[in-house]
Design a protein around this ligand. Structure first.
Ligand SMILES: [Zn+2]
Length: 189
């Protein structure tokens, strides 16, 4: 049987998170990138989109985790744990209660945490795009430079940025001056 057929049999042709039957596709659970029976979960369109950009989560959709968090499939547990953690950080107390009840093997818990930290520790611009060393960015609003009377004007281009240990900051040169900038006040060019 092909990987996809095995996955479809496992999930009984239903999304492994919300049981929807519409537009199912295999989804490799980060940091894994391969679609294999052990790394992928079968997800519907809605779940896939929101797993990829948890900022835009529709809170009510994720009530489905109430059931799917008890799945026997490790990667489904990983996805459920991560979504519940995002929800709990948004202040959803029910998600926090489910997290407390959730049981995962140590290995599965590690998987869940690794993939999540990777997302969190990256500098992101105003649109949530991940910034990388060497990128050029445009400053999106007038910003005072700390310790001087200079203002970096909106629209200033900072070329070849560097990243900082603090993911909220980037550094670079504009108008011949080195400076730190808040990542979310920039837009990647
Ligand atoms: Zn779904």
């Amino acid at each position: 049987m092909s990987t996809e057929a095995t996955l479809l049999a496992r999930c009984e042709s239903k999304c492994e998170l919300c049981s929807s039957t519409s537009s199912l596709a295999p989804f490799a659970v980060a940091p894994q990138t391969l679609i294999t029976v052990d790394y992928a979960a079968m997800l519907c369109d809605t779940c896939r989109t929101q797993v990829e950009s948890p900022e835009d989560m529709d809170v009510n959709h994720w009530r489905c985790l109430n059931d799917s968090m008890w799945s026997q499939v490790p990667q489904v547990q990983v996805l459920a744990w991560r979504q519940l953690t995002h929800l709990s950080r948004k202040g959803e107390t029910w998600a926090n209660e489910l997290l407390d009840m959730m049981y995962m093997e140590d290995e599965t818990k590690n998987w869940a945490e690794i993939g999540m930290d990777e997302d969190e520790e990256k500098a992101r611009d105003v649109n949530g795009v991940i910034l990388q060393k060497g990128d050029d960015v445009t400053v999106i609003k007038d910003l005072p430079v700390k310790g001087s009377s200079t203002i970096i004007k909106q629209g200033t281009v900072v070329r070849g940025i560097s990243l900082d240990a603090d993911p909220r900051l980037i550094s670079g040169k504009a108008n011949g001056q080195s400076m730190y900038l808040i990542a979310e006040y920039c837009r990647k060019k």
